[in-house]
Design a protein around this ligand. Structure first.
Ligand SMILES: Cc1ncc(COP(=O)(O)O)c(CN[C@@H](CS)C(=O)O)c1O
Length: 406
């Protein structure tokens, strides 16, 4: 794989070339939201300048242009996840709404004593919707524990998966730990038990393309804004035969076939789940982000990301009292950590004064914080446009803080 020319790549991301607090911005909070390439900005600008209209109304030329752009974006997403049909690609506001849609759609199948298997490393978006549905149906949410390295306890998984397991809802990648779960085998085991499978791909898709047919999962969800696309839009991939059986998530225009006060019938897939005017420009922006990624050498991108994480791991020992939280064998370039004597939020604030952006807190994964016995962590999450120099700057900043404040 040819060397990854990160300096040329960085010129595609205008936001990176700025100073924060008088220092060059070092943006290491990509797990919270990634930055956007010019190709995305141009695609959305061009959409509004030349194509915008409401969609699926078929009344005039601009409407046809907007509809073609919108449905073309859906096809780009279909290809990105290798779904059999674009009917199985549902636009949502993001990962959170996609999971809520599925949880509500599967609720009619759940009864007293049924189990929904999740993991202890889940984001609240893949815990709370299931708790809400369990509350209503008498089902139970059962968490699979993780080990101290932040890997799923596979023995526990095997013993917790049983004939009462109706759904396995699990993250592909942990937003806190960076752990990549062995989801292909987890999905197979769940299917052997007759359970449906939902995979939270929010932190996976910035690093690799999911193949939903190879994974053979029933649902796969992610957000555009973590995949270098705009906020306000996300994707639910769902197996068509399941989506057909699920009731609509929201009512309104678009999702109907015929409305009368006597009886209302639903539209076909995917529109049954897309009530109201959609996020059209955002769909166009997400498609542009996917095309941008498709033009990158993915192997080189992965090698560059792994080099960033390897450099960070090497430098941990230069900061007295620093400890990594999440040391799985298979990780994406996310590094949560704590420093003895320092509160995570102080680390974040003091790094920001040096122009360095990381995230601190519970990262919407409180059960995981409880497991580690911490109120929160500091988290650096790298993207392919970060540089080894930025990793060095992070640690120089941490060394300075550690010296000054402990
Ligand atoms: C694994 C996982 N699952 C769901 C979500 C929610 O994505 P939304 O686009 O907000 O709906 C996220 C978003 N995690 C951000 C914001 S809390 C982070 O800083 O880690 C996630 O990482």
């Amino acid at each position: 794989t040819k060397a990854f020319d990160v300096e040329r790549i960085r010129r595609d991301f205008p936001i990176l070339a700025q100073e924060v607090n008088g220092k060059p911005l070092v943006y290491l909070d990509n797990g919270a939201s990634a930055q956007k390439p010019i190709a995305v900005l141009d695609a959305m600008d061009r959409y509004y300048r030349e194509m915008h209209s409401n969609v699926h109304r078929g009344a005039h030329t601009l409407g046809d242009r907007a509809t073609a752009a919108f449905e073309g974006a859906r096809e780009t997403v279909r290809s990105f996840v290798n779904a059999p049909s674009s009917r199985e690609i549902i636009w949502t506001r993001g990962t959170t709404e996609a999971i809520n849609l599925v949880a509500n759609g599967l609720a009619p199948r759940l009864k007293e004593g049924d189990e929904i298997l999740v993991s202890h490393m889940e984001h609240h978006a893949n815990i709370v919707p299931w708790q809400m549905v369990a509350e209503r149906t008498g089902a139970k949410v059962v968490p699979v524990p993780v080990n101290s390295a932040g890997e799923l306890d596979l023995d526990a998984f095997n013993s917790l998966l049983n004939e009462r397991t109706r759904i396995l809802a699990i993250t592909h990648v942990s937003n806190v730990l960076g752990t990549v779960n062995p989801i292909a085998s987890l999905i197979k085991k769940a299917k052997d038990q007759g359970a449906l499978t939902l995979i939270d791909g929010a932190q996976a898709v910035p690093h690799f393309k999911p193949d939903v047919q190879a994974l053979d999962c029933d649902f796969y969800v992610f957000s555009s804004h973590k995949l270098f696309g705009p906020t306000g839009i996300g994707v639910l991939y769902g197996r068509a035969e399941l989506l057909e059986q699920m009731p609509p998530y929201q009512g309104g225009g678009e999702m109907i076939e015929r409305v009368s006060f006597e009886r209302t019938t639903w539209n076909v897939l995917p529109y049954k789940f897309e009530a109201g005017t959609p996020a059209i420009a955002e769909a166009v922006g997400l498609a542009a982000a996917i095309r941008y990624l498709d033009n990158l050498d993915r192997k080189a991108m992965e090698a560059a990301e792994n080099a960033l994480l390897a450099r960070a791991n090497e430098l941990v020992s230069t900061v007295p009292g620093m400890e990594i939280i999440g040391t799985a064998a298979k990780k994406v370039p996310v590094m949560s950590f704590k420093i003895a004597g320092l509160h995570p939020s102080d680390i974040g604030t003091l790094l920001d004064q040096q122009g360095i952006a990381i995230r601190t807190g519970h990262h919407c994964a409180m059960p995981l914080m409880d497991f580690y016995g911490v109120p929160g962590t500091a988290r650096a999450s790298f993207a392919f446009y970060n540089t080894l120099e930025e990793v060095e700057q992070l640690f120089a900043g941490l060394q300075k803080i550690q010296r000054l404040f402990t």
